[in-house]
Design a protein around this ligand. Structure first.
Ligand SMILES: Nc1nc2c(c(=O)[nH]1)N[C@H]1C(S)=C(S)[C@@H](COP(=O)(O)OP(=O)(O)OC[C@H]3O[C@@H](n4cnc5c(=O)[nH]c(N)nc54)[C@H](O)[C@@H]3O)O[C@H]1N2
Ligand SMILES: Nc1nc2c(c(=O)[nH]1)N[C@H]1C(S)=C(S)[C@@H](COP(=O)(O)OP(=O)(O)OC[C@H]3O[C@@H](n4cnc5c(=O)[nH]c(N)nc54)[C@H](O)[C@@H]3O)O[C@H]1N2
Ligand code: SF4
Ligand SMILES: [Mo]
Length: 870
């Protein structure tokens, strides 16, 4: 079987992957040593890609109103309804909502169809929720949306500052590169995050600043730069707006940040201590109602010191999705045109229109995501096409967005999965080819364009997203402009358009590839843009030349604003984000048993003082509510979060835990410049959830719970579910039968004194399903019970392992299946002191390395215990 070089479909690090078909429909996965992003490394999500290319749950055929239909019928209907809506109500009555997980070629076609042929700007993307504040900040400072630096700058820097970035979990391979550089050359690392994350593990300094106060912090830094006389006078000649930015910065009271004088001084000393400083930032900066200002406050400091565009220095916005960057280049945002050209610029519009031979160029920006769904709600958008994103889960005010979609006249959804919270709302459902089945390009955080390559046949009747879009365009009467045979031709057209853009002064110019042939495209090696006769790769702005009208870099005067005040009714500010082993709405990582074992349930990290005040016990359930919705979450009491500022992950959905949909709580408040939602600061109330019973279930078949709280996860041999309810069912046996879809007679243990019920369904002495119920959170070894499925027998009812079976506890190392209990025990009994030693003893942490921060934390705890005891 031939090994293919391809690119990971998860985060913006953009790691190269070697994928080898195993001949049984699956893939063997390894890191590509030749790819410059990862040089052979992969994190746990990348390593587990083989487990996610199954056909389980895939959407295999087009559906119209829930019934299977042919492609011809589906495409005809989409084209007719869009054409008719446009004819009756004008081009702005339709919209596309797309995704940073589309390939550049898919994105290019969607954008061309909407902005050049339908004639509306109404195409926006989930990058609005992700990168748009960085885009807007870059444009204000540089004149273009340009990431100046390269990954190697993190390795060449003396100081790396991570602002609102949990790099260890969200960009794990970049984190590993940074951790390795620190071992080698002693890089100093600062983490700026209200929460103590896994990333703090390698930090010399963690600043748990007041939520939302980043702009204040960087204003204080700017003032300090001037005070210490550390501005770069030569570089200042290439800048404008300096004096005003500095004057405004000087007005910032240090107390805004909630940090002590000494913490601030330590930070200033570290940032200013070496010219080689990189400031990495991510969603703790972007996802704020002052996100663009936060970005500019950071950029101001790099501009003022001239620390930009040189080796080992510069601001670095890391992108989240595999093609977030490609989508920005291709003009996927409602306010952009392709190749970093601007929709509001008549010269740019004219140039793109002429290149496309477009009958009807959009004349103005379209609706940004939050406004787009409001327009859907109000009936102004009458036909909507959602591609490669799950807005009924991931948009703020998610319940309202779901209702808006449900109320829209005509909704098309293209996805790879049959059942998601969004596909459920579609009138027409179109099956797309997924990762491994499609061909195209993506751009990673450092502007490197890499190929994703096809290694597997399409699942069922699935088609490539660009082919679906082009087929609809043809049926709408534009066959000629959408007549590509393969993605290489689309890429060549795009590269040619970038040459036109380059002539107009755009930084994004890859016209060196304008004549690319299919064979060359197939052989295309990862490359950095730009690639043109003018310029190849490299860093930007070190030469002091910017893309603003004056050619100067711009410092923006920033008056820090904190998130809107919380009220007595909703006194907690909810922070949201990601966990290590899941990806967004889990449609793919949720298929992998080993990825599902790290954290199998939605949770709420709550400070011990808050937990005491609220009367919620560890491992109990809390009800979290906001004016927009409610959620029920497992309580995790921890001082990693600050008082009043709990944290919850974003990944759970109607499919996996209907009461865990976090965006049901988040208000649709946006940054005024970028339109990006403030996803990290929802005002919420919290109270104990008064469950009468708690349960845990395992089954070798699907589990269909029917109670107020449930969360399910896949196992290697079935499923597991956490359960809780307000009222006891009349009959536990009947309840369990319905939930497991079994009609057998279970073995029942009823401990009336303790209020416990245990049921086991056996067939030929082997365990098929079991349910454990108790009046308090069920305390038993999940991994042990799960391991008994298909074997064991009545002993499952004991709920804990016999002496011969160690209980692994929560899974830490997903690669080798090593749980927390084994690690803690090995650390204690073998007196281990380093991550390497744990690796030698148990193999944990020796493959992808994603769990090394957690192992290090366990080591520290273990060593602290030992020292205290000695
Ligand atoms: N495992 C995993 N990795 C992923 C993804 C995934 O789903 N799972 N998704 C990818 C995508 S699309 C993205 S966008 C990236 C996101 O990558 P990150 O931005 O690193 O991840 P988040 O967890 O969203 O948020 C980062 C941190 O911001 C902090 N924060 C909250 N409020 C503030 C604040 O006011 N100031 C500061 N300084 N920090 C604050 C949070 O506590 C959190 O730790 O991850 C990518 N990588
Ligand atoms: N509260 C809160 N909300 C957030 C965030 C946060 O930090 N806090 N983060 C925001 C961010 S940064 C992001 S990026 C979004 C992510 O949110 P979404 O984009 O909604 O999440 P995904 O689960 O990645 O959705 C991708 C969908 O596309 C499907 N899919 C996968 N591959 C393909 C393909 O090749 N073609 C097609 N047509 N479909 C495919 C998947 O099955 C899935 O249904 O969430 C945002 N929402
Ligand atoms: S760091 Fe992990 S998720 Fe991100 S691209 Fe690399 S392997 Fe994929
Ligand atoms: Mo994102």
């Amino acid at each position: 079987m031939q090994t293919m070089r391809t690119t990971c479909p998860y985060c913006g690090v953009g790691c190269g992957v070697l994928a080898t078909p195993d001949g049984r429909g699956g893939l063997a996965i390894a890191g590509d040593p030749a790819h410059p992003a990862n040089r052979g490394r992969l994190c746990v999500k990348g390593s587990a890609l083989g487990e996610t290319v199954t056909h389980r749950g895939r959407l295999l055929a087009p559906h119209i109103h829930g019934r299977e239909a042919g492609w011809g019928e589906g495409l005809d209907l989409v084209a007719q309804r869009f054409s008719r809506t446009i004819a009756e109500h004008g081009p702005d009555s339709v919209a596309f909502y797309v995704s940073g997980q589309l390939l550049t070629e898919d994105y290019y076609v969607a954008n061309k169809l909407m902005k050049g042929f339908i004639g509306s700007g109404n195409i926006d993307t989930n990058s609005r929720l992700c990168m748009s504040s960085s885009v807007a900040g870059h444009k204000r400072a540089f004149g273009t949306d340009t990431v100046p630096g390269l990954y190697e700058d993190l390795e060449l820097a003396d100081t790396v500052v991570l602002v609102g970035s949990n790099l260890a979990w969200c960009h794990p391979v970049l984190y590993q590169r940074l951790a390795a550089a620190r071992e080698e050359r002693g890089t100093r690392i600062v983490v700026i995050d209200p929460r103590r994350t896994a990333t703090c593990d390698i930090a010399d300094l963690h600043l748990a600043l007041a939520p939302g106060s980043d702009a204040a912090l960087f204003n204080l830094l700017l003032a300090e730069i001037a005070r210490r006389g550390m501005t770069d006078r030569d570089f200042a000649a290439h800048l404008e707006g300096f004096d005003k930015a500095l004057a405004t910065a000087r007005e910032t009271p240090p107390s805004t940040t909630g940090l002590t004088h000494s913490q601030l001084q330590q930070f200033f000393d570290l940032w200013l201590g070496s010219e080689k400083v990189v400031t990495v930032y991510s969603q703790g900066v972007n996802q704020s109602d002052s996100g663009t200002d936060k970005v500019n406050a950071i950029l101001n400091c790099h501009l003022a010191t001239g620390r930009i565009g040189g080796a080992g220095m510069g601001p670095f916005s890391v992108t989240g999705q595999p093609n977030a960057m490609g989508g920005r280049e291709v003009g996927g945002l409602a306010n952009m045109l392709a190749c970093h050209l601007e929709i509001e610029n008549p010269v740019h519009r004219q140039a793109v229109g002429a290149f496309w031979n477009a009958p009807r160029m959009a004349q103005q920006p379209g609706l940004k995501a939050v406004d787009m769904f409001r327009a859907v709600e109000e009936g102004r958008i009458k036909a909507l096409w959602i591609i490669c994103t799950n807005p009924a889960v991931s948009m703020p005010e998610a319940d309202r967005v779901a209702r808006a979609i449900a109320g829209c006249d005509f909704v098309v959804v293209s996805d790879i999965m049959a059942q998601t919270d969004t596909t459920r709302l579609a009138h027409v459902l179109l099956p797309a080819t997924g990762w491994g089945e499609k061909d195209g390009t993506v751009t990673n955080s450092e502007r490197r364009i890499s190929r994703q390559r096809r290694t597997l046949p399409p699942a069922g009747q699935a088609r490539d997203d660009w082919r679906i879009l082009a087929a609809v365009a043809a049926r709408m009467g534009w066959a000629e402009a959408f007549a590509w045979d393969n993605p290489a031709q689309i890429f060549a057209e795009y590269a040619a358009l970038s040459g036109v853009a380059g002539d107009l002064g755009s930084d994004f110019d890859i016209s060196a590839h304008a004549g690319i042939t299919s064979a060359e495209y197939d052989a295309l090696r990862p490359f950095l843009w730009p690639q043109s006769a003018r310029r190849q790769g490299g860093r930007f702005f070190g030469d002091g030349r910017f893309h603003t009208p004056s050619g100067r870099g711009h410092l923006v005067a920033v008056t820090p604003r904190l998130p809107s005040a919380i009220s007595d009714k909703f006194p907690y500010r909810l922070n949201t984000g990601r966990v290590r082993d899941h990806w967004h709405t889990m449609t793919r990582t949720g298929l992998s048993p080993r990825l599902s074992r790290h954290l199998a349930e939605p949770f709420l990290e709550l400070h011990p003082d808050d937990a005491t005040r609220l009367g919620v016990a560890p491992a109990s359930l809390a009800e979290v509510s906001s004016p927009h919705g409610r959620a029920i979450l497992r309580v995790l009491v921890t001082d990693r979060v600050a008082r009043g500022h709990p944290f919850a992950p974003i990944h759970w959905t109607g499919e996996t835990a209907p009461s865990g949909r976090i965006d049901a709580l988040v208000a649709g408040v946006t940054d005024p410049v970028s339109g990006q939602p403030a996803s990290k600061s929802a005002a919420v109330a919290i109270r104990p959830f008064a469950a009468r019973w708690f349960g845990f279930a395992v089954s070798s078949g699907p589990i269909r719970p029917d109670c107020e709280y449930w969360a399910r996860a896949v196992l290697a041999n079935g499923e597991q579910a956490e359960l809780a309810g307000l009222d006891h069912p009349q009959d536990w046996t009947a309840h369990a039968r319905t939930m497991f879809g079994l009609s057998d007679e279970p073995l029942v243990l009823h401990d009336r004194a303790r209020g416990q019920v245990r049921l086991a369904f056996l067939r030929e002495g082997r365990l098929r399903a079991a349910l454990f119920v108790a009046p308090e959170p069920v305390g038993l070894s999940r991994s042990h019970v799960a391991a008994l499925l298909g074997e064991g027998g009545a002993e499952a009812l004991a709920g804990r392992p016999g002496a011969d079976r160690p209980d692994e506890g929560a899974l830490i190392c997903a690669c080798f299946g090593v749980g927390v209990n084994s690690i803690v025990q090995a650390i204690a009994t073998q007196r281990l002191t380093s991550v390497e030693a744990v690796g030698q003893a148990l193999r944990a942490g020796t493959n992808c390395g994603s769990c090394r921060p957690e192992i290090r934390a366990l080591l520290e705890a273990g060593i602290a215990c030992r020292t205290a005891a000695e």
